[in-house]
Design a protein around this ligand. Structure first.
Ligand code: ADP
Length: 160
């Protein structure tokens, strides 16, 4: 079975990485799908976000793809059986429920499966990483080790 894990990943955090690793242990293949979203103002370019995820993953059955348009249509074009998303708190639930229901109406045979965030990552988001780094805080432990220095320096330069 093949799953895709769509998101913005601006930048990837240890919470995202945990979901990727847990999904990779359950599916034959996981595609991390960075969706182009003109409405979201990102700090990192698509190429940078893609490179940071590639530098962070070690599982052989995970790859990174950049997509645009409707996520569920893109998932179908990639041959995915499922869409994986993460839920940190009740506040994530309403939005995720709306997205998953819309996707179900568009492609009824692609299931959305939710992974519950590990407690140690339930507060963690790309926005929290940006906020801490731009104020010179320590983001080691929040983003994957291979990209800590690059993320910290880039965020200080662009947002600080
Ligand atoms: P999007 O803009 O699509 O919400 P994100 O990159 O913010 O993209 O998040 C992608 C997915 O990962 C979402 O389902 C989100 O709830 C989940 N996620 C984000 N941070 C965490 C975390 N710390 N633990 C578990 N899941 C997370």
């Amino acid at each position: 079975m093949k799953a895709c894990y769509p998101g913005t990943f601006d930048p990837i955090t240890n919470g995202h990485l945990d979901i990727i690793q847990r999904a990779a242990a359950k599916f034959d293949e996981v595609i991390v799908l960075i969706m182009e979203n003109p409405r979201k103002k990102c700090v990192f370019t698509l190429e940078e976000r893609c490179a940071m995820i590639e530098d962070s993953i070690s599982s052989g059955n995970v790859r990174v793809v950049v997509g645009s348009g409707l996520t569920v249509k893109y998932a179908r074009s990639l041959g995915c059986d499922a869409i994986v998303r993460g839920i940190r708190a009740v506040s994530d639930y309403e939005y995720e429920l709306q997205q998953a229901t819309a996707n179900m109406m568009l492609e009824s045979d692609i299931e959305t499966l939710f992974f519950i965030a590990k407690p140690e990552y339930s507060f963690l988001s790309s926005s929290v990483v940006k906020e801490i780094a731009m104020n010179d805080g320590d983001i080691s432990g929040l983003v994957p080790a291979p990209i800590v220095a690059h993320v910290a320096a880039t965020l200080r330069e662009r947002l600080g």
